[in-house]
Design a binder for this molecule. Structure first.
Ligand SMILES: Nc1ncnc2c1ncn2[C@@H]1O[C@H](COP(=O)(O)OP(=O)(O)O)[C@@H](O)[C@H]1O
Ligand SMILES: [Mg+2]
Length: 428
């Protein structure tokens, strides 16, 4: 076995399963070129149809896609853009992020940059057009002051916190931006049905930053968002996109919300089969699923639809266990071997990443309320015997480390919180 593993270079345990590489990658589809192509997209037929109908049915549209982290929001919108491109619209492969402490100028700059790039990538020959040249000057000035890089291919720009001192040279953008965008959309209308813009990353924002995003969107509503030919897709947690689009009546009336539910389990199995085929090593033989489908079915409910969390656990599990368990090398791992190993591993990680206080609080939650409980802040306040601001801070810390998070709110009821799959693996 050892010789096999190193035959082609560095050890590659996935080869044991007739795979070239890890099929449990957590990357959003369609972002990093051809490596994780949209052909791996499965399911979501109804959601796709609805979003495309929103775009196809109007000269300009604004739709928000909300859902829990890892449920598949960004990938869904990547697929919407691919379908729109195939039907005569233009779009960029990347996404336009929102950052903490953003300003209307900067978001306007990123939108302008996005529209400019959507045109340029589909029709490079337009670069000489006077309107494109003028737009390019703005894009360049905007990038020079560090506001740019908006259309980041990774989806999460590395420069998450530009200093606000940098806005002055682009202050003219707020005045001229809408006109430049209108001119760009006019060029577009000669060749394409419209431009689809993907505003993402409304999931790493605090409540205050979401309120700030709502103010920015409101101020950009008439000058930018309502322009003919522009189709905006705003993506983030349900909490965040609701906060950003429903806080002001002016926005509520022009945005429609799609709340993305967990992918049904059979679709997850289909998704994994597609990945196994995609990274198969010897195509004359089928790949062996490194994790048995029954084990995937047993673990998925713990993650409540969080595909990224599930894939991370599957990857961890295989990496930990391959070659160690009693099963023959290259046989699918069962849930009976995976669960205890993952439980130990995640407990170790928890001990390394959380302070003793936070560990105690999470343990108390699991032991007193149960790992499936969905308490409110008030219930946690009573359990932890803390002040309200301290509870809020604790939840923020637990959320940041990936152990708990808010559930989508129903109407005016208080927000409830749930443990993530990682916590549930440890405590159940
Ligand atoms: N419909 C789908 N088909 C195939 N893979 C998907 C689908 N939805 C999500 N994924 C995969 O699940 C993971 C999480 O998806 P992502 O879109 O990044 O989630 P979110 O944006 O909601 O956090 C990624 O690895 C992505 O490739
Ligand atoms: Mg995302």
């Amino acid at each position: 076995m050892a010789r096999n593993l190193v035959a082609d270079g560095l050890p590659n345990y996935w080869n044991l399963f007739n795979l070239q590489e890890n099929p449990y990658f957590q990357t959003t589809l369609g972002e990093s070129g051809r490596r994780y192509p949209m052909s791996l997209f499965v399911g979501r037929g109804a959601e796709l149809k609805r979003l495309l109908a929103g775009i196809g049915g109007a000269g300009s549209s604004r739709q928000a896609v909300g859902g829990a982290p890892g449920v598949g929001k960004t990938t869904l919108v990547q697929s919407v853009k691919a379908a729109a491109l195939a039907h005569g619209y233009w779009a960029t492969q990347g996404v336009i992020p929102f950052y903490p402490d953003d300003t209307a100028e900067r978001v306007m700059g990123r939108v302008l940059e996005g529209v400019y790039e959507a045109i340029l990538t589909t029709r490079p020959e337009t670069a000489d057009h006077p309107v494109m040249q003028r737009a390019q000057q703005y894009v360049r000035a905007f990038r020079l002051v560090g506001g740019g890089g908006g259309v980041s291919l990774a989806g999460f720009g590395a420069s998450a916190s530009q200093s606000s001192a940098a806005v002055t040279p682009t202050a003219g953008l707020l005045l001229d931006g809408p006109r430049v965008i209108r001119e760009l959309l006019a060029i577009t209308s000669e060749h394409a049905k419209g431009i689809v813009l993907h505003l993402n990353n409304l999931e790493n924002l605090s409540d205050r930053d979401v309120a700030n995003a709502a103010d920015i969107l409101r101020s950009l509503r008439d000058p930018v968002l309502l322009q003919d030919g522009l189709h905006v897709l705003l993506v983030g947690t349900t909490e965040a996109v609701t906060g950003a689009t429903a806080a002001h009546p002016q926005l509520r009336s022009v945005f429609s919300l799609l709340a993305l539910e967990a992918m049904p389990e059979p679709d997850v199995q289909t998704l994994l089969e597609a990945r196994y085929r995609h990274v198969v090593r010897d195509p004359r033989r089928p790949a062996t699923p490194p994790v048995a489908p029954e084990a995937v079915a047993a673990l998925y409910p713990l993650f409540r639809g969080d595909l990224r969390g599930l894939f991370k656990a599957l990857e961890e599990g295989v990496t930990l266990l391959v070659g160690l368990v009693g099963d023959a090398p290259g046989a699918s791992l069962s849930v009976d071997s995976l669960r205890p190993a993952l439980q130990r591993r995640y407990a170790e990680l928890l001990a390394q990443t959380l302070s003793p206080t936070r560990q105690r609080q999470l343990t108390a939650w699991a032991q007193e309320l149960g790992s499936e409980a969905t308490p409110t802040q008030e219930e946690l306040r009573r359990l932890w015997k803390l002040s309200q601001p301290s509870v809020s801070q604790a939840l923020q810390d637990l959320g940041g480390a990936g152990y708990a998070g808010p559930l989508p709110r129903c109407g005016a009821e208080a927000t409830t919180y749930a443990m993530t799959g990682a916590s549930r693996l440890i405590f159940r």
